[in-house]
Structures are given as C-alpha cells and as structure tokens.
Design a binder for this molecule. Structure first.
Ligand code: ASP
Length: 323
C-alpha cells in the first residue's frame, strides 16, 4: 500500500531562516510512520508560504494526485501552510472525483520550536489517507488529531495548535491511538463541472467585500468593470447599511453577487428582517443566498464556477447546496 504525499511548504517545513525541509526530511522526522503499513511516495511541488499558493497550483496537485490514485495509491496527503488551508482544501473538495481520501495538513509550530506539531499532524493525516473509513468524504483537513470536512473547516486562531475547527458542524471524526474513527459521514456534494483552466481562473476575478461600521461603500464603485463576481460578507445574518443596498442591487444586475456573513459561524437568513439593507431586501435585489458558506469559501466557489462558464442559475444552485 502507498500514500501519495505532496509538499507545498509552510511552517511544517520551515527549519530555521530560509532553510526548508524536503518531503523526505519531513517524513524522516515522524516517529511511527514506518509502522503505518503504507509507504509515502513523496513529490515536492513547491516550498512557499501558503499565501503564495494559487488555485491553478492546487488544480495541478489534484491532477497529479489523480494519477497517483489511478496508479494504486490508497489516498493523498498534502502538506502546506495553514494560512490558506481552509480555502485550498475547499478547492480540492470541489474537483476531487475519487472516493480515495484527500487529506490536507500543516503545522503551527515549526520543527525548530519546542513541541512542533508537524510530525503528529503528518502521521495522523497519513493514517486517514490510508483508512477505508475515510473514503467517500471528499477533501479533509486533519489537524490536532481531528478530522474536518473541507466545506466546514476554518482557521480560527493565529497561533494555537488547535486552530482548525468547524464552527457549524464540529469535526467529523478523530484519530485515536492508531485508529481513524469517523463519527459523521456527510453526503458528498456536487463539485464544479469540469476542471477549470488557469487562464479562465485568471479571467474570473471575484472580489470579497467585508461590510464595516459606517461603511460608505466607495470601494464598490466601478467594481463591475474590473470583476466578474462579488462576495459580500455582511453583518450578522447578512445585513449591510441601507445606503449600500441599491449599490449591491445594481451590481447584482451585472454579475453574480453572493451574500454571506462576516461572523464566522451560522447561516445568513432569508426572510426575518425587512429593512432596506436586510437579508430579505438584498435577496430581493438579486443577491445569491450563500447559506452556511463562509466568505472565503464562497469566493473560491464563485471563482471556480465562473471559470467553468456556469451561468446565474447554475451558480445559484451550487450555493443552494450549502443552505
Ligand atoms: N504563514 C504560514 C503559511 O501559511 C503559516 C503556517 O504554515 O502555518 O505558510
């Protein structure tokens, strides 16, 4: 048995200064990996802070991972920085066509610090990647011995090793001793149709606008001339200042505009509040209901959908999976 390991950089590989561990060095530092019963086939892809990763890079990794599972690997592990892990995992989830587990992990403490968490995270991720119990779950984030579904996981703390959490659903399972124990099996959702091309991704510019107190909305001016879509991170259940409502309505006539909440948990509402700038007012002006999706994942989804040429009805239906 084998697991395909792709390394992309991040804190897990930072060995002091500009020194970076290769995948071989990373795996050599993990006690217990040799007893896993699976060989890790390493491919070093990039060695970058995760803020430098792109959707195109992640799609290339998915292509390489597809080849690996077609050649017999039981699952896939990606190591990368944690800063964008909640987004990259969701990209993978949207395009991963196989039942094999695709697990992403990283570390909050680099290998030169006391108590680095990378080796434990990598071992747990590898256990999940070769576990039959983790099949048909799409992309997973394994961190701190918890297993999170890509569609729900968030980075919730800037330094804690327990930073990854799924505020709306909780972890779907745990790694306990050497066992992968799945507690909840969420049904897989439809991903985006097809594999977007890099040029189409570049052309699918999606802005994310977080509404703030006493917001004059000036940044929204001219947005439809430069962007193909917009995600609004509204107050609470999906509200904006009343002066912004017609601005967003006008934008929604020219491109898809998705309504999400800036709070970090919960869904936007549909029909509770009626004031100008409330959720029902904005949906009535043509904004798309983002449901439980957080603004960052909503932006990923909208960009992937636009890059695959989906129209407003298909985009609305794709977001409805997250209601
Ligand atoms: N800044 C780092 C990154 O995302 C943080 C980490 O790896 O945890 O690459």
């Amino acid at each position: 048995m084998s697991v395909a390991l792709f390394t992309l950089g991040g804190t897990i590989s930072v060995a002091g200064g500009s020194n970076r561990l290769t995948g071989a060095e990373l795996t050599a530092a993990v006690p217990g990996l040799a007893d896993l019963g699976s060989v890790l086939e390493v491919q070093d892809v990039e060695s970058v802070p995760s803020g430098n990763l792109t959707l195109a890079t992640m799609l290339d990794v998915v292509d390489a991972a597809s080849k690996a599972v077609s050649a017999g690997a039981s699952g896939v592990v990606v190591t990368q920085g944690t800063d964008t892990l909640e987004e990259t995992a969701f990209v993978v989830d949207q395009v991963w066509p196989h039942p094999h587990p695709f697990v992403l992990t990283g570390a909050m403490r680099n290998p030169t610090l006391a108590g680095p968490d990378g080796p434990a995270n990598l071992l747990a991720a590898a256990r999940v990647a070769c576990s039959p119990a983790a099949r048909d779950l799409g992309a997973l984030v394994v961190f701190n011995d918890q297993i999170h579904a890509a569609r729900w996981v968030r980075k919730t703390h800037s330094t804690s090793t327990a930073t990854f959490a799924s505020p709306n659903a909780g972890p779907i399972g745990h790694v306990v001793e050497d066992q992968v124990r799945i507690l909840t099996k969420p049904a897989r959702q439809d991903g985006v149709p097809g594999r977007p091309e890099a040029a189409d991704l570049d052309a699918a510019r999606v802005a994310l606008y977080t509404v703030t107190l006493d917001d004059d909305g000036l940044l929204l001016q001219g947005l439809a001339d430069t962007h193909q879509g917009l995600v609004v991170a509204g107050y609470g259940v999906g509200h904006v200042p009343s002066a912004l409502a017609p601005v967003l309505g006008a934008l929604a006539e020219r491109m898809p505009v998705v309504l999400t909440s800036r709070t970090g948990g919960g869904s936007v509402l549909r029909s509770t509040y009626k004031a100008v700038g409330s959720e029902s007012d904005l949906l009535g002006r043509g904004l798309i209901d983002g449901g439980f999706l957080d603004p960052y994942k909503a932006r990923v989804l909208l960009r992937l959908l636009l890059a695959t040429g989906e129209g407003l009805d298909e985009i609305t239906a794709a977001f409805a999976q997250h209601h």
